[in-house]
Design a protein around this ligand. Structure first.
Ligand code: SOE
Length: 379
């Protein structure tokens, strides 16, 4: 049974700010949901024109301000470097438009909290693309935990391994804390890992102990690098479950290796984002590799948009995230679609990033439930 979650009753009119790789992913997802791509803005008008052509938008905007003056635009996707997210997303909300803001929401937990407060006060839809929640088999794992099939959970662990920054000659704007923020690997991908662990289990990391490493002090552009290439984190959850997290952007051979391993009293659930149509279910008899099938829990089947045996992937998950965001806009005022990641989840990621940085700095365990007073600048 497949249900198409991408077509919506009303076609939202969309603006995109930013012209990089992620803006292409957002544009594909917006179009998949039936949106009209009205305008694209970038740092320069030449960049905006190139993005307009690449994304197939109706027009190029000379600036964020010019795009936001277009009253026909319902929702704006923010796809710019990290340090600009909070300012632009705030301007979008103040212009009375719904917003999809790339993660991280901001480069500090305090700024993320202010932005989430603004979104809450506005009443507008404000979502963050923690898109790995939208793989059907992730929803299946969550349904098994929620139904009690997994039983009491003993350990919750995972990893997120990439290799696109493995060589000293590899470089990116994220390496520079002025553009990416004080944390790089953890803020960029460790945030996805923690989000999926807390989402699937319904549990929360209560405290953590982290170590960070920067393996290349000098890269082709950035010298004296201070942002981390990898993180190793011990975690304890509010339920008492414990686990380990490994996050790295210098792990050769791994391209987008987000995995989780949740060991419960009745079964173990293991998932690898690079083979997202499978869920590994462990028992005394060994591991069963459960394929995406026609017998998934309803909350998982909702995201099966092609029959079993036709692999779904990252863009499908992204399409489902954007479709649920637009559904929240179309059903404005009703309850949000189950599992839609909002700015509150963006704050959670910022709080965890803040805790990871603090723990690495003090060399010990820190509270990870909320922004620590230590983490707040003096009032
Ligand atoms: C780079 O690490 C990146 O594009 C992240 O920024 C995304 O959030 C992740 O989904 C894929 O890798």
């Amino acid at each position: 049974m497949t249900t198409d979650v991408t077509r919506l009753p009303t076609a939202p009119r969309v603006g995109i700010i930013g012209g990089g790789f992620m803006s292409v992913v957002h544009a594909r997802a917006a179009r998949s949901a039936g949106a009209h791509l009205v305008a694209v803005s970038s740092r320069t008008i030449a960049g905006a024109r190139a993005a307009r052509a690449a994304l197939g938008a109706e027009r190029a905007s000379a600036s964020v301000e010019e795009l936001l003056r277009d009253d026909s635009i319902d929702v704006v996707h923010v796809c710019t470097p990290n340090e600009t997210h909070a300012g632009i997303a705030s301007a979008v909300l103040r212009a009375g438009k719904h917003v999809v803001c790339e993660k991280p929401l901001a480069t500090s937990a305090d700024e993320a909290e202010r932005l989430a407060d603004l979104a809450a006060d506005s009443g507008l839809v404000a979502s963050v693309p923690f898109v790995y929640r939208f793989h059907p088999m992730v929803r299946e794992a969550r349904a098994r935990v929620r139904s009690g099939r997994t039983g009491r959970i003993f350990s919750i662990s995972g990893s997120y391994l990439q290799d696109w920054l493995a060589a000293a000659t590899d470089d990116d704007w994220r390496v520079d804390p002025r553009h990416g923020g004080p944390s790089r690997a953890f803020a960029d991908i460790g945030s996805h890992l923690c989000d999926i662990l807390e989402f699937v289990t319904g549990d929360r990391i209560s405290r953590l102990c982290s170590q960070l490493r920067t393996v290349h002090a000098d890269r082709s552009v950035n010298k004296g690098v201070t942002t981390e290439d990898l993180a190793a984190v011990l975690v304890e959850f509010e339920s008492g479950a414990i686990g380990t997290l490994q996050v790295s952007q210098v792990a050769l051979g791994h391209k987008n290796g987000l995995t989780f391993h949740i060991a419960g009293e009745n079964e173990t659930l293991a998932f690898d984002q690079e083979t997202p149509d499978r869920l590994h279910i462990g028992s005394r008899d060994g591991f069963l590799v459960a394929p995406r099938s026609d017998t998934l829990a309803p909350e998982a089947a909702r995201y099966s948009v092609v029959p079993a045996g036709h692999p779904q992937g990252y863009q499908d998950a992204f399409n489902a995230f954007v479709a649920d965001t637009y559904r929240a806009i179309a059903d404005f005022g009703a309850a949000l679609p189950d599992g839609l990641p909002t700015f509150e989840d963006g704050v959670r990621a910022a709080v965890l990033t803040d805790a990871v940085l603090r723990s690495a700095s003090v060399g010990g365990w820190v509270d990870a439930r909320a922004l620590s007073p230590i983490g707040r600048p003096a009032a």
